[in-house]
Write a protein that binds this ligand. Structure first.
Ligand SMILES: Nc1ncnc2c1ncn2[C@@H]1O[C@H](COP(=O)(O)OP(=O)(O)O)[C@@H](O)[C@H]1O
Ligand SMILES: CC(C)(COP(=O)(O)O)[C@@H](O)C(=O)NCCC(=O)O
Length: 317
């Protein structure tokens, strides 16, 4: 599906990277090489140019959107005659497994923290709301991890409702890529930040219809802004396989890793194992559930084969 580009009939404004970069070329680069190394996830390409040309303008736009929301909040409280803090500005970051969402989310968190209006920026990933492996096994959907039915949607909705009600000390469960399961008893606390980034495959999915056909609220109904990280499927597949190969000699080598058995595989077997997981689980999920939500985003960031972002689509307001 094309989303259109700069035509009167498209709901998006399309910008090439160079044009986008000029939108804040007077701003100073706030990060250094060490920050970039710390923020980029395994296999993702991130460099100082990418931060300056792509993420810095984006952080400015988001800081302006937060200011706009502050103004709306002020007029609303004045209208209601009450004094209440603004609820956290929630940004959803969606996209395929292995597309690099976590790098995008972490860079934005770091940059937004440096804007005066948003010093406190929290980040959560939706994997914490996956059903534990025991429950996925009981339901016979262990090979559907990441599909909408693998999440505890009610808990996710309760979480975001509490955050957007202005509640303090809202807790989210934690997932471990090492054990490939929910970490029992561990949680992340979200305590009224200025901004909350919610990163996950399916964060833009609309609510699923109930048995009686009615449709309630979905996670994305609570977003103030959302970003879809996009790339060609064949590039993401390659990134997935490359990452699997690196994990084989890294994280998988830990005997506690769920994938420890894969650390013993030879190169050819490791590639075919990664491709099998990709083809059976992640690629169908991308095709059936994740990419169809792309047009719901406020901003689509499109990546080239080398992971660099080359094009942006910003929703018209
Ligand atoms: N099996 C694994 N073991 C350790 N880390 C992993 C594993 N799978 C993914 N990761 C890490 O988890 C993070 C999220 O990965 P993923 O859900 O594929 O999203 P994305 O690549 O879009 O950030 C990445 O930092 C990735 O490197
Ligand atoms: C944990 C994930 C579902 C991602 O969850 P998210 O935080 O995007 O909700 C994904 O990284 C994953 O493990 N998928 C299962 C198939 C695989 O092992 O690649």
């Amino acid at each position: 599906m094309g989303l259109g580009d700069n035509s009167a009939s498209s709901p998006f404004v399309g910008l090439e990277r160079a044009t986008w970069a000029r939108l804040s070329d007077e701003l100073e680069q706030p990060l250094d090489d060490a920050d970039v190394r710390r923020l980029s996830a395994l296999g993702d390409k991130l460099d100082l140019d990418e931060v300056r040309e792509v993420y810095l303008p984006l952080s400015r736009l988001l800081a302006l959107y937060v200011e706009g929301t502050d103004s709306l909040h002020s007029v609303t409280t004045r209208f209601l005659g009450e004094h209440r803090r603004r609820t956290p500005f929630v940004i959803g970051v969606a996209g395929s497994v292995a597309v690099g969402k976590s790098t995008t989310a972490r860079v934005l968190q770091e940059l937004l923290r440096r804007w005066p209006g948003t010093p406190k920026v929290d980040l959560i990933t939706t994997d914490g709301f996956l059903h534990p492996n025991a429950e996925l096994t009981r339901r016979g959907i262990m090979d559907r991890k990441g599909f909408p039915e693998s999440y505890d949607q009610k808990a996710l909705l309760r979480f975001i409702t509490a955050v957007k009600s202005g509640a303090s000390h809202v807790v989210a469960p934690k997932y471990s890529h090492l054990t490939y399961d929910i970490l029992p008893g561990e949680q992340i606390v979200v305590d009224n930040p200025d901004v909350l980034i919610v990163e996950g495959l399916n964060v833009l999915a609309p609510a699923r219809p109930r048995a009686d056909g009615t449709v309630g609220l979905g996670l994305s109904d609570f977003f103030d802004f959302s970003i879809y990280v996009d790339a060609r499927t064949r590039d993401i597949e390659r990134w997935y396989v490359d990452r699997f190969m690196r994990l084989r000699s890294g994280a998988f080598a830990d005997p506690a890793s769920y994938f420890h058995r894969y650390s013993q595989l030879g190169d050819a077997e490791a590639v075919s194992t990664a491709l099998d997981i990709w083809k059976r689980i992640n690629e169908p999920n991308l095709r059936e559930n994740v990419r169809p939500t792309r047009g719901r985003a406020g901003l689509v960031l499109s990546k080239d084969a080398d992971h660099s972002i080359h094009h942006m689509l910003l929703r018209k307001l």
